[in-house]
Design a protein around this ligand. Structure first.
Ligand code: TYD
Length: 197
């Protein structure tokens, strides 16, 4: 097992809508701070101008069509690029960066992986990705359903994409059908085995 240096670590939680990433990121951040680490929390999409445009476009009924997906892919890449300086700065200050989503979300949600990789060429890749894997039915009970990505058929495809990515890119996978507390414990176990806390 290769240990990752904590003081330049960029850790990301991934998963479909309703997988519990936001709750888990909050709990993880608190735990890391209790362990004495300095933490930068980041969220994609951000509040930047491209991020705001993304949120608006996600409410359009055409959101899952090929052209909209391409436009969204570009906007997500632009939004993410605006985070890179903050992440670089945090790493210089020896903070651990924890992120709700990363460019792997674009690989899972948008089509055309080669092109997604190309437009994200200058994006820093996370050192460790933890996939919160949840059944689509369970996920649907957890969200409000205002975005057009939040439909069972689309999310079923995204979940499959994530499971393939997990195999190909060596993600750690947590069963997120379990209780919030159990998922948090599982995430801590993974981290404790990869970094020295
Ligand atoms: P989400 O994490 O749900 O943000 P919030 O909780 O602030 O609403 O992300 C919004 C949607 O964007 C979600 O359906 C996933 C999708 N998404 C992509 O399709 N591609 C991406 O690259 C990213 C970062 C998110």
């Amino acid at each position: 097992m290769v240990f990752i240096r904590v003081n330049d670590m960029y850790l990301c939680l991934e998963g479909i809508d309703g997988s519990g990433k936001s709750t888990q990121l909050a709990m993880l951040g608190e735990w890391l701070e209790k362990c004495g680490l300095e933490v930068l929390r980041v969220y994609e999409p951000t509040e930047s101008p491209p991020g705001q445009l993304i949120r608006e476009m996600l409410t359009d009924p055409r959101a899952t069509t090929p052209h909209f997906q391409r436009i969204l892919g570009l906007l997500f890449a632009a939004d993410r690029m605006m985070l890179m300086d903050r992440i670089g700065e945090a790493e210089k200050q020896e903070k651990i960066v924890i992120s709700d989503r990363s460019f792997y979300s674009s690989l899972a949600y948008q089509s055309d992986p080669d092109w997604i990789l190309e437009i994200n060429r200058h994006i820093k890749k996370p050192d460790l990705v933890i996939l919160l894997d949840v059944d689509v039915e369970q996920a649907i009970n957890r969200f409000e359903g205002k975005d057009h990505f939040e439909n069972p058929e689309f999310l079923g495809k995204v979940r499959k994409n994530y499971l393939k990515l997990a195999q190909n890119h060596n993600f750690s996978v947590v069963n997120a059908n379990h209780s919030v507390r159990k998922v948090h414990e599982d995430i801590k176990t993974i981290l404790s085995s990869r970094i020295r806390i």
